[in-house]
Design a protein around this ligand. Sequence first.
Ligand code: APR
Ligand code: ZN
Length: 289
Amino acid sequence: MIRSGAAKNIIVMAGAGISTSAGIPDFRSPGTGLYANLQKYRLPYPEAIFTIDYFRKQPRPFYVLAKELYPGQFVPTACHFFVQLLAQRGLLLRHYTQNIDCLEREAGVEPGLIVEAHGSFHEAHCIGSGCGKGFPQDWLREHIFDDRTPRCDECGSLVKPDITFFGEGLPVRFFELIEDDFAACDLLIVMGTSLQVQPFASLVGNVGGSVPRLLINRERVGETVGHSGGFDFDGKRSADSVHRDALVLGDCDDACLLFAEKLGWAGELASLRAAFTVRKGLEAGAGAS
Ligand code: APR
Ligand code: ZN
């Protein structure tokens, strides 16, 4: 479909699985997932670390974790660069990500093509009611890396990066774009997500009934999401589903490398990665001098 030009409005939906090989743990993988490794914070339950009511009372656990996850310390993966290859060819309609690591931006995907459905560290605001004062990223980064809890100089309330916590609404941009995007989508690629969190997961059911959907993931997911019932890999619900829902069970980096190879883009993927390393090296070098 991509080679023949039949797919030129591709939407990618991504989750933490596309960043695990960059060294950022996902949330729910048994053993390695973030939610299985938060004992030191003595949370009432794992998701509390991203829950706004808990954060107002106990902001420290989030800020300690934010220091570990803060953007700028990680290298985009083959998945991120594969998305950039789609974008460079004008085939990417939009990249919907649940991740807050900004690795898509680092891989060069232009922000206009990205919807950070769960926000990101890119901006920060005071959460004091009636205040909402904005704070620049480097002001916040300084506080996080100095282990100082960032507080608003106007009202004294906590300052939080614009990450969507449980109990908060998703960014307006998400709701502004999903309707037209998913109506125009002619190929959906979902990778590295358990599709456990709404409303993001239900987007799988928003594409047209005959639009092909490809899941690239370590485990089968998304068969019971969305109003249309999600993926139907085995054609249980209707015979024609078999021709539109495809499953690649395995590592998403390997799958994207294979995908690029089959499309004749392997060389470009390699040079994108090499160019990133050179750029980062130069920046680091410039910083050192
Ligand atoms: N290759 C393929 N799949 C992978 C890889 C990999 N290298 N690493 C992990 N996975 C799969 C896991 O098997 C799992 O199905 O990716 C999925 C990751 O799922 P989660 O850990 O639940 O992460 P995600 O789906 O992004 O979580 C969604 O939950 O806590 C909230 O807001 C947070 O955005 C997050 C949301
Ligand atoms: Zn304030």
